[in-house]
Design a protein around this ligand. Structure first.
Ligand code: SF4
Length: 135
């Protein structure tokens, strides 16, 4: 059995509490507070204690989906990126960059959230970016 703790940051809100993921044989099993972290000093709220649960949820999407004929259908990443780029470009050309808004998620990493806001501002050209923790 491979057993280890991996430090990370809770992504559920902007406080940024330090956590330790308990990983057994490559699967995140539980979340513990990081005692040495300057923000939370060994404490977590109820959301932080349950940070690992969505990672292994059966409801989690494992492949991209594209809506075709009114129904979501599985697609490859190449198809999805191409479809999204084509439609973002079309909307931006027709209505301007501020006609697009991006909502990111607490259920991705802080680094992924950073990339999403960078993409929104630098590539699309709008400040219309927000995070579900503020909704
Ligand atoms: S543990 Fe609670 S307070 Fe800390 S970052 Fe996560 S959601 Fe925010």
């Amino acid at each position: 059995m491979n057993y280890k703790f991996v430090p990370s940051v809770c992504s559920y809100c902007g406080t940024g509490c330090g956590v330790l993921f308990e990983v057994i044989d490559g699967k995140i099993n539980s979340t513990l507070p990081l005692k040495s972290h300057p923000v939370n000093k060994g404490k977590l709220c109820i959301k932080g204690w349950n940070l690992h649960e969505y990672i292994n949820s059966f409801m989690r999407l494992k492949t991209p989906l594209i809506k075709k004929d009114g129904r979501f259908q599985k697609a490859t990443w190449d198809e999805t990126i191409s479809h999204t780029a084509k439609n973002f470009t079309k909307i931006k050309d027709q209505f301007g960059p501020d006609s697009i808004g991006v909502l990111v998620s607490a259920k991705i990493s802080n680094e992924e959230n950073y990339l999403a806001q960078k993409f929104t501002r630098a590539v699309i050209g709008t400040n219309n970016v927000d995070h579900c923790a503020r909704l």
